[in-house]
Write a protein that binds this ligand. Sequence first.
Ligand SMILES: [Zn+2]
Length: 143
Amino acid sequence: MASSRSGLLPKLQLTSEQVRKLRKEARDKYPVEACALLFGRLIKEKAVVTKIVIAPNTLQSMARFEIDPQLVFDSFEQAEQEGLEFVGLFHSHPAPYNPSVIDIRFMRLWGDAVWLILSSTDDSVAAFQMVKGKARRIRIDVE
Ligand SMILES: [Zn+2]
């Protein structure tokens, strides 16, 4: 599922419009965790998000999220047809953006995926990537 890249990505690039969209989704779903799949292009180790697929949190939980596997499958197929790569996952926390213990466990399963987490407490966002078993924070550029 993860692409062939390996190692830490220097940065994640988003547009201000995309950030607005994710903040709105987080607000609309609050206090349930909002989630989305991020697709785009990997250019010189920079992940550029070009497509966001908003996904319902099937757990309707304030502490964790789950995306319907069929939606994940369909979204991956669609993105592949569009020539896009899977960049990572977005979800919100009604708490600080640090990955939870459960997040870390799932991050290990998702390989190189970037985890973009929004804190609904102050609308801040942070991106993380699992590198050698540890969640490392990566830079976000908003254009
Ligand atoms: Zn989380």
